[in-house]
Design a protein around this ligand. Structure first.
Ligand code: GDP
Length: 331
């Protein structure tokens, strides 16, 4: 019998990579989708044609219960969240509702419908925030620096609590930043690679950014979804850090991305205080030693390779848009 999985946050970057991975392993994959005529449904359907979409909302407990009853999953992956840190400062309460309380709604729905369902919570390196030690491990104390980070800490601990209180197989993956050509344009990696493509192809001349001194441990999303799946295949539920173990600055990302198309970032990047955050996380770097030894997981894409793939993909996408627009222009 093939296994079945339900993924929240299916229209996000990780949702599509995880769905592809689980389909390749023979799973029947269901994605929870919010709202009528959600325009992102078509995009994820195109990427993963085998996917089944079911309506539901992390705001709405009964919709989660109905989704579990309809899909009978063996595994639930909770990737749904308000995940953009800058937005979480503007919508702090909504972030608490979805990114934080949404986790409890799903855990409680599982407890009621079938407590044997295995549950994965997408925890985040943003929980470490103002880091207490370097590198960060599963045992490093949390000190979040944004409403997003605070909500993720709540989600993390409620997952531990349901595991300890009800004996549920509920685990958290503390994933460091992970990127890909499918990353949303609001995140700095994709904002830069898309900006590089637009500047190179003559559509724009400048790229406005915030704090370019930040250091992050950036990996490839396709690698990270394999770790999510592995965590749910263990004999005992446990939490894992997933990271590359390297840290790089936004400046280095700029250097690589602009360098790839023969441009100097200093000629195009403008620091704009609109993109500064009320509080930021200066530096993150994870120690994924436990994931390596227990799960047998390791990343396969280096930082320069990741940036190169994203720049190439954005060059293709922007060029295709240009061609489509010029074809549509009446002569
Ligand atoms: P985060 O680590 O989850 O906040 O991922 P982001 O990709 O949104 O941001 C990574 C870092 O890049 C943060 O320290 C941001 O402050 C910094 N950064 C600098 N300029 C920008 C910008 O224009 N957009 C975003 N998203 N981040 C920026």
């Amino acid at each position: 019998m093939s296994k079945s999985a339900l993924i929240t946050g299916i229209t996000g970057q990780d949702g599509s990579y995880l769905a592809e991975h689980l389909v390749s392993l023979g799973y029947e994959v269901h994605g929870l989708i919010r709202g009528q005529n959600n325009p992102r449904a078509a995009i994820v359907r195109r990427i993963v044609p085998e996917l089944h979409l079911i309506e539901g909302d992390l705001h709405d407990q009964s919709s989660l219960i109905s989704a579990l009853e309809a899909t009978h999953p063996d595994e639930v992956y909770n990737l749904g969240a308000i995940s953009f840190v800058a937005l979480s400062f503007k919508q702090a309460i909504n972030t608490g509702e979805i990114t934080g309380l949404g986790v409890t709604r799903m855990l409680d729905a599982i407890r009621v419908v079938n407590p044997k369902i295995r549950f994965y919570q997408a925890s985040s390196s943003e929980m470490f925030g103002k880091v207490r030690e370097t590198p960060q491990t599963e045992l490093t104390p949390f000190h979040p620096r944004s409403p997003y980070g605070v909500a993720k800490v709540y989600g993390h601990y409620i997952t531990v609590n349901y595991r300890e209180s009800y004996g549920m197989f509920a685990v958290s993956g503390i994933l460091f930043n992970h990127e890909s050509p499918r990353r949303g344009l609001e995140f700095v990696s994709r904002k830069i690679t898309d900006g590089v493509a637009r500047i190179k192809l003559g559509l724009e001349t400048e790229l406005r950014l915030g704090n370019i001194d930040s250091l992050r441990d950036w990996g490839f999303a396709g690698d990270y979804v394999r770790a999510m799946h592995l965590m749910l295949q263990q004999e005992e539920p446990d939490d894992f850090v997933v990271a590359t173990g390297e840290t790089h600055s936004v400046r280095e990302l700029l250097e690589l991305a602009f360098g790839q198309v023969g441009l100097r970032w200093q000629d195009h990047v403008v620091v704009d205080e609109r993109f500064l955050r009320p509080a930021d996380v200066a530096m993150l770097v994870g120690d994924a030693g436990k994931a390596r030894s227990v799960l047998g997981w390791q990343p396969t894409v280096s930082f320069p390779e990741l940036v190169a793939r994203m720049v190439e993909s954005d060059l293709r996408a922007v060029a295709a848009d240009l061609t489509a627009n010029s074809a549509a222009t009446p002569r």
